[in-house]
Design a protein around this ligand. Structure first.
Ligand code: R5P
Length: 291
């Protein structure tokens, strides 16, 4: 079956490598906004009887979803056999329960909607907290790729004597694996979130690790408050400046500047969301999953 890959705006760099690795056809579509802000999509490639792959990372999803939806509907109407959405960052995973009476459990609503117009989903380390597997909320085949091994490679090659630090008890499962892969000790923090931008963190005693370089590892850096608070506590504990490693570089608002100014040694992310901090290339993971 012939594969044709469409990259929505902002996904071209990663898309180029994926297309080359798959030796797939590049899909062409004109995408733009009307003067009133509505989305316009026009298909320029023949997709009949081809397997369509749509690459669209879903940070800032509300700006991207109409375009994605229109393109996928158009691909099907134009004869594509099936559509695989590659969303390196999968949005709407964190509101996975009603924390207050009357709240929408948006992860479920979003999953049901996405499942209605694509046939298969590939993503990287989705924020699975109270949901164990994507298939619990998506009704299509889903594949979650893991950035842990490439992250561990980067840490092993670039940080001397790392101490891996996970943000909360839920992270222990994957943070402990990364630590084992770089042959480093790890600790996890105790975190309580009391609002969008406020987190309370407690760190365990770190006296035994004074010679280590703290490496803060998190799946998402959004407001960066989790990392900024941790950096503050590490400084107070007399630790060396931290290296911050995140998978998904969401960086909401001024988060990037604020984290940079908090006294960290380095901030590194994977290229699931295009950002200047990207240093860990996951193209090979996607190629492997799509082959
Ligand atoms: C939460 O459970 C996640 O693993 C991250 O720790 C969280 O999303 C980070 O958010 P922020 O950067 O806004 O503190």
């Amino acid at each position: 079956m012939k594969q044709i890959v469409f990259c929505l705006p902002g996904n071209e760099a990663l898309g180029k490598d994926i297309i080359a690795g798959l030796a797939a056809e590049t899909g062409h579509a004109e995408t733009r906004r009307f003067p009133d802000g509505e989305s316009y999509v026009r298909l320029l490639s023949d997709v009949k009887d081809k397997q369509a792959i749509v690459l669209c990372t879903l940070d800032r999803p509300d700006d991207k979803l109409p375009m994605l939806y229109f393109l996928c509907r158009l691909l099907k109407d134009s004869g594509a056999t099936d559509i695989t959405l590659v969303a390196p960052y999968l949005s709407y995973m964190r509101q996975d329960k009603a924390f207050h009476p009357g709240e929408a459990v948006s992860s479920r609503y979003f999953a049901a909607w996405i499942s209605s117009f694509i046939d298969r989903l590939i993503t990287v380390d989705p924020h699975l907290h109270r949901i164990a597997r994507l298939e619990e909320i998506y009704s299509i085949p889903c594949e979650s790729l893991h950035a842990g091994p490439p992250l561990a490679d980067w840490i092993r090659e670039n940080v001397s004597q790392p101490l891996i630090i996970g943000p909360d008890s839920e992270s222990e499962q994957w943070v402990s694996k990364v630590a084992a892969q770089c042959n480093a000790p790890f600790v996890v923090l105790d975190k309580v979130r009391s609002g969008d931008r406020s987190v309370r963190i407690s760190i365990p005693a770190l006296d035994a690790y004074k010679e280590h370089t703290p490496v803060l590892l998190d799946d998402i850096i959004s407001t960066a408050h989790t990392m900024i608070e941790t950096v503050k506590l590490l400084k107070q504990a007399g630790m060396k400046p931290a290296v911050c490693v995140g998978i998904h570089a969401v960086f909401a608002g001024e988060a990037w500047e604020e984290l940079k100014e908090s006294g960290v040694q380095q901030i590194i992310t994977a290229n699931t969301i295009l950002h200047r901090s990207n240093q860990i290339d996951l193209a090979k993971l996607f190629i492997g999953a799509l082959k």
